[in-house]
Design a protein around this ligand. Structure first.
Ligand SMILES: [Zn+2]
Length: 185
């Protein structure tokens, strides 16, 4: 059951706490969330004793309300135009269903592919598929969420994925790594 967020409860202290976790840039740049993130990379903010996606919170602050369902009963989500799940720039957010999200992501992916495949051989020589890169990144997130339990190093992850620790380091520290699927991930 999705929860309803009451914008009336966003007072100045909530606003201060929220904005202290954002890198506010120009209107068309991505505003990255500096606070905690979930496993999919979405920012997480605690509000009304619940964890709320920070993009959802940003949308609510800017536009005042978020409907739960559309006219045919499909759940409404706050989605990213920019494909950057940790971005909370309200100009990059829009409301849509899960299907809208998948269609839009597909279109953006196609556009990126045609733009970037041209003239670049780096994708064909790339070692990993996007899926592997996401798995490798997830290991870093898991480690940062629970450092007491998970202490795996670049070297350790490199062994699992049969690569060098430098490659793992690069994947962990970049948002744009070429993958065999033909785009940057
Ligand atoms: Zn953005």
């Amino acid at each position: 059951m999705p929860h309803i967020l009451d914008p009336k409860l966003i007072d100045i202290s909530v606003l201060r706490r929220f904005t202290s976790k954002i890198d506010i840039c120009s209107d068309d740049e991505c505003w990255l969330w500096k606070g905690g993130r979930d496993l999919q990379g979405y920012g997480v903010f605690y509000f009304m004793n619940r964890s709320v996606r920070s993009s959802r919170m940003a949308y609510l602050i800017k536009y005042g309300k978020i409907p739960l369902y559309n006219e045919i009963g499909q759940r409404i989500f706050v989605l990213h135009k920019c494909d950057n799940s940790s971005c909370v720039n309200p100009n990059h957010l829009y409301l849509g269903t899960n299907t809208d999200n998948m269609n839009d992501a597909y279109k953006r992916g196609q556009k990126r592919m045609t733009k970037e495949v041209i003239g670049k051989g780096i994708f064909s020589s790339a070692k990993f598929y996007a899926m592997d890169i996401r798995r490798i990144r997830k290991l870093k997130i898991i480690r940062s969420i629970c450092p007491k339990r998970y202490k795996h190093s670049c070297e350790y992850v490199a062994k699992i994925f049969k690569t060098t620790s430098m490659t793992i380091w690069k994947i962990w520290n970049s948002n744009e790594y070429p993958c065999r699927d033909g785009y940057f991930v």
